[in-house]
Write a new protein. Structure first.
Length: 94
């Protein structure tokens, strides 16, 4: 689960180096910020719920109050769409 999310984070962050205007964010920078928000929420969820581990969906992070409910509406950032899933049903998710 996190391998795909981290890969996406690295790809989105690749666009951060090229901006001359520090006050304007590129779509890639906004997407990278959203990915960092998900990663932080996952870390907090795993620590708060060690019996479950990582959440298997954005809905679970919102229900646990780790993300704002705007994520339930299919939050998009400048054309990027975010999803979480688990390949297995094992618990805890690691």
């Amino acid at each position: 689960m996190l391998k795909g999310l981290i890969l996406f984070s690295a790809l989105a962050a690749a666009g951060q180096a090229g901006g001359d205007d520090a006050s304007a964010c590129t779509p890639e920078q906004l997407a990278a910020g959203a990915v960092r928000e998900i990663i932080s929420a996952q870390a907090a969820h795993r620590q708060s719920h060690p019996e479950v581990g990582y959440a298997c969906g954005l809905e679970a992070l919102v229900e646990a109050q780790m993300l704002l409910d705007t994520w339930l509406a299919g939050k998009r950032v400048e054309g990027y769409r975010f999803e979480l899933w688990c390949d297995t049903t094992d618990t805890p998710q690691t």
